[in-house]
Design a protein around this ligand. Structure first.
Ligand code: IMP
Ligand code: MG
Length: 370
């Protein structure tokens, strides 16, 4: 395993496999361009190693150029087209072979395609060392593919992570963190607390309740707790940044966990974004937002019942209860939409016995953990 900046990578494709792929690509090019004097164009920076290997194996005459994607130029009326820095060669009527280290979404390729068509090349082919079929969404044909890989981030053999890794002679893949992270949602009275406690034991997850984290930090006068308290004392909302930092600290404390159940967080899209960014930096993500769905009338009934024994004043007054439910739906609507867009929203019927509801939640989680 190696580390580049903050990320860990594990060996993925050996030098031998890469050499084999390059041999194959080179033989295809030798056959296709025998006696034709093609222009090889390597797309920098990533393709320098691959281009060098292919060109060394080419047996006829050829020309070699390297380009780099430049900035956008043009006017609003002509549309903006990116330039290729270094393309100072007349390509009209030439047979061009584009050498790419990797084709991922294909965005880069589409831009180069436009430029080459404008240059009136006689023909052009794309040869890429690595290709991600699951990520590729474009129609520009990629005729020659070295190694097809899943939609994962790789480094080495010219490819970098934030500038590092290009010199590695084999390819490494971003190390994945096999956690399951859930955002648990439910209106007041839905039985969220009960279910979180059961699920955390059943799946060995760490339950992070924002309320508990706040109380812990304030009670123990941690730096973040004091910061949060200063806002609370002024009657202001605690800024997202302070909240997310507290939660991050909580996640850090539980390194090696199977995953987390986030409870009471995120509450806003900004928080959801921050959480997703943070988990991404840990090589993981939010896998699902699971919401317990219970009709308002049943919630009101349950909470009034609880109020009789809990002594919580906010459980005793029907108007207060109804308002808490309304606030919940205003918040949830935004987040439901946010996670739904990513296909991560799961609504679960929250009416039934505790066991029945656990069963329904488990179905979702089992599927996620497969
Ligand atoms: P595109 O998404 O096909 O336009 O890929 C554009 C560029 O993203 C490539 O030329 C690479 O520089 C970079 N890239 C895509 N996938 C990876 C990867 O897995 N590792 C490193 N760089 C990548
Ligand atoms: Mg590239």
């Amino acid at each position: 395993m190696i580390k580049l900046h903050d990320l860990e990578f594990e060996p993925f494709i050996s030098e031998g496999e890469i050499t084999k792929a390059i041999d194959r690509i080179s033989e295809e090019l030798n056959a296709d361009y025998d006696g034709k004097i093609p222009v090889f164009i390597g797309v920098l920076n990533g393709s320098f190693m691959f281009a060098s290997e292919v060109i060394k194996r080419f047996r006829s005459d050829c020309e070699v150029s390297f380009v780099k994607m430049g900035s956008y130029e043009g006017t609003e009326t002509t549309g903006n087209v990116r330039t290729l820095v270094g393309l100072n060669q007349e390509l009209k009527g030439r047979e061009v072979v584009l050498l790419e280290d990797i084709v991922d979404t294909g965005n880069t390729l589409v831009e180069i395609d436009e430029i080459l068509k404008k240059a009136e090349v006689a023909s052009y082919k794309v040869a890429t060392l690595f290709f991600k079929p699951a990520a590729y969404k474009k129609n520009v044909p990629v005729q020659i593919k070295g190694i097809e890989i899943p939609d994962k981030f790789i480094v080495g053999f010219g490819l970098d992570y934030d500038g590092l890794g290009r010199n590695l002679t084999q390819v490494y893949k971003r190390k994945e963190n096999k956690m399951t992270n859930l955002v648990l949602f439910g209106p007041p009275g839905a039985g969220k607390g009960t279910q979180a406690t059961i699920l955390k034991d059943k799946y060995q997850l760490v339950h992070i309740s924002t309320g508990d984290v706040f109380r812990f930090n304030i009670k123990n006068q941690t730096e973040l707790g004091l910061s949060a308290k200063s806002y609370i004392d002024k009657g202001q909302l605690v800024p997202d940044e302070v909240t997310i930092n507290m939660l991050n600290a909580e996640v850090e404390k539980n390194e090696g966990a199977n995953g987390f159940i986030f409870d009471g967080f995120p509450r806003t899209e900004a928080q959801a974004e921050a959480l997703s960014k943070y988990l991404e930096s840990k090589g993981t993500e939010v896998h699902a937002m699971i919401a317990l769905e219970v009709e308002d009338e049943i919630l009101v009934e349950r909470l009034l019942e609880r109020g009789k024994t809990s002594g919580r004043p906010d459980d005793a007054d029907e108007a207060v209860i109804r308002n808490r439910i309304k606030v919940y739906y205003n918040e949830t609507a935004i987040l439901k939409n946010y996670y739904q867009k990513q296909d991560k929203y799961y609504g679960v019927n929250g009416v039934g016995s505790i066991e029945e509801i656990t069963e329904r939640l488990s179905k979702v989680i089992d599927e996620l953990m497969k």
